[in-house]
Design a binder for this molecule. Structure first.
Ligand code: GDP
Ligand code: MG
Length: 163
């Protein structure tokens, strides 16, 4: 069975890097599909033997880290509605910010299934953020390094029971 995974979180945590890693070259350009705007990128992801649709909440790049404009909230809520599973990404090097808390709140209220990922976890600089991520109350954080391709087996193991 196939499913749709939305990658959500504040700007600069590494959502698009993870999207690109999962999708590779299989990026679907969805500009002219009804209901999907340029702000949501959709692709066909491959992770081990799993095949699924992945949505990247792009179009947030110009939002600043310490504000959550209405557009960011709307875009996230739209991605959550389209998704069977939400992958909420935080930056393990920065730790949890007030903006992360706002995203967590949206997800708790709206998402069917939430998985939590602490990206930028390569090396030791991410250890504090990884531990802090437990405080969101969204379960065990998956340590990832989208840039270096680390943690993908753990992401696979978390997705498998939901697929
Ligand atoms: P987005 O705004 O959430 O889509 O984040 P991007 O994917 O554009 O990445 C933001 C920045 O974080 C870029 O400079 C990436 O190179 C960097 N980045 C992404 N993933 C990782 C990672 O796993 N480790 C580190 N150290 N940097 C990363
Ligand atoms: Mg992005």
């Amino acid at each position: 069975m196939s499913f749709t995974l939305a990658i959500v979180g504040r700007p600069n945590v590494g959502k698009s890097t993870l999207f690109n890693r999962l999708v590779g070259r299989r990026l679907a350009l969805v500009d002219d599909q009804p209901g999907v705007t340029r702000d949501l990128r959709e692709g066909e992801a491959r992770l081990g033997d799993l095949r699924f649709t992945v949505i990247d909440t792009a179009g947030l790049e110009d939002a600043t880290d310490d504000s959550l404009p209405a557009r960011m909230r709307r875009l996230t809520e739209r991605a959550v509605e389209m998704a069977d599973i939400c992958l909420f990404v935080i930056d393990a090097r920065t730790g949890i910010t007030p903006t992360d808390e706002i995203f967590a709140d949206i997800l708790r209220r709206r998402a069917r299934h939430v998985l939590l990922a602490a990206n930028k976890s390569e090396g030791r600089a991410g250890e504090g953020g990884l531990i802090e991520a437990w405080s969101l109350g969204l379960g065990e954080p998956i340590a990832l390094s989208a840039e270096h391709g680390e943690g993908m087996p753990d992401l696979y193991a978390a997705l498998l029971p939901l697929a």
